[in-house]
Write a protein that binds this ligand. Structure first.
Ligand code: CAP
Ligand code: MG
Length: 435
């Protein structure tokens, strides 16, 4: 860069190049960019591409042609929608925290943007190869239960926290013998004083074994190991020693380094990972600023969880139907076709993730859930099980009866004529969609 260049104060527009065509190994991000007042779209876009790759607020005397090849290139601007291509060398293979610190780091706080949303990401083949992806995937989980042709069912204990380990384990037994496959810890249950982690795991798995003997069906337990990373790994080992098949982790509060460490440990232990996404709505809910759940889901699939909450569209937590369905496709599809605000993505053999629908569900909503998601879904019913007037075992039975009716194409009202548990559930909740 010659002297006069050094006197230039900024070079943001060098990062905007409509003639650039992404290389096969470029990582591509789709952003929604709303410039701050007084800033043109190109200036805002240049700042996003600069700050998320190698630039800063001013020109540098240390720049060389060699380093310039690490520049991101904003190559498509359509209205507020911008595609930015990042050269593979910008990233450390297998290091998700570093990748996100680059493409989803400082940029959200820049004064030059009024709003900025990270909408979608297209992972390149080499980057994909540097991550594990799911260990089990949908087929592996189905093999675990010997259930091929219907959704799996789960329930989470309610109240979400407050039970003793013994009460928790006994309630789990009720749900398992009632017909539900998966008991789940709630997202904020870990190792509280009144429900110690080890005691809960040991007691619950003993009663799980009893429920399996009595029902002749496979049952399992999504045990929340969310904690400091070394403690998470210790807890995962304990789950394995006690005969568990899964761990559950709150992926966003433990962070991606924690999830990657747990994924490494679970590879050695042969444990499936259930991913809870508590905290996502802090930054996924507003369409104009933050990061989409679609992008979070693609990160989670690549890092390698086996099951992921995707929402219900009809339950108590806000996510529009088309977004929930796009999430389901993103984590189950092998090759995603590009469409409006969704980037094409070949998953190169990364296994599909089992979608989990949860949040305000009860037996009355199960037929609509099936018609929306089909059979490759885990249906989680917490309050809709433990709020059943006849107790958790009846609540679990009502969930299974509603599922069986939906799969047979029989109306719930008709099916409930000869099934007390379903009838009582419908008397209490009918077909209400909780707010
Ligand atoms: C559901 C739940 C789940 C939410 C998470 C809860 O309980 O256990 O954490 O579904 O949201 O604590 O609310 P209910 P999402 O079945 O009683 O509603 O699945 O959207 O990530
Ligand atoms: Mg919960």
């Amino acid at each position: 860069m010659n002297w006069s260049d050094n006197m230039k104060t900024e070079w943001y527009l060098d990062f905007v190049d409509p003639s650039y065509r992404p290389a096969r190994e470029d990582l591509i991000v789709l952003f929604r960019v709303e410039p701050a007042s007084g800033i043109s779209m190109r200036e805002a876009v240049g700042r996003v591409a600069s700050e998320s790759s190698i630039g800063t607020w001013t020109t540098l005397t240390t720049m060389t042609p060699e380093k310039r090849r690490l520049m991101a290139k904003a190559y498509e601007i359509k209205g507020r929608w911008v595609k930015v291509a990042y050269p593979l060398d910008l990233f450390e293979a297998g290091n998700m925290p570093q990748v996100l610190s680059s493409i989803a780091g400082n940029i959200f706080g820049m004064k030059a943007v009024k709003n900025l949303r990270f909408e979608d990401v297209r992972w390149s083949p080499k980057l994909i190869k540097s991550f594990r992806g799911p260990q089990f995937g949908i087929d592996g989980i189905r093999k675990l239960f010997g259930v091929r042709d219907r959704p799996l069912t789960a329930t989470v204990m309610k109240p979400k926290v407050g039970m003793s380990s013994e009460e928790h384990a006994r309630a789990g037994y009720e749900a398992w013998v009632g017909g539900i496959e998966l008991l789940k810890d709630d997202e904020n249950l870990a190792g509280q004083r009144f429900n110690q982690f080890e005691r809960r795991v040991t007691r619950s798995l003993k009663l799980r074994d009893r429920a399996e003997r009595e029902t002749g069906k496979r049952k399992s337990y999504l045990i929340n190991v969310t904690a400091e990373t070394r403690e998470m790994l210790r807890r995962a080992k304990f789950v394995k020693e006690q005969g568990g098949e899964y761990v559950m982790v709150d992926i966003l509060t433990v962070g991606w380094a924690g999830v990657q460490s747990l994924r490494e440990e679970c590879e050695d232990l042969g444990l499936a990972i259930h991913a809870h996404r508590a905290f996502h709505a802090a930054f996924t809910r507003k369409r104009e600023h933050g990061m989409s759940m679609l992008a979070v889901a693609k990160v989670a699939r690549l890092v390698g969880i086996d099951q992921l909450h995707i929402g219900t569209a009809i339950g108590k937590l806000e996510t529009p139907r088309e977004e929930v369905l796009a999430l389901q496709e993103a984590i189950t599809g092998r090759n995603i076709k590009g469409k409006k605000h969704i980037l094409a993505q070949g998953w190169d053999g990364i296994k599909p993730v089992f979608p989990v629908t949860s949040g305000g569900l009860h037996p009355g909503l199960i037929p609509e859930i099936i018609s929306m998601f089909g059979k490759d879904i885990v249906i989680q019913v917490g309050g809709g099980t433990w709020g059943h007037p006849l107790g958790g075992r009846a609540g679990a039975a009502a969930v299974r009866q509603a599922l069986d009716a939906a799969l047979k194409g029989v109306s719930l009202d008709e099916y409930a004529e000869t099934r007390k548990e379903l009838r009582v559930a419908l008397e209490k909740w009918g077909y209400v969609k909780p707010k």
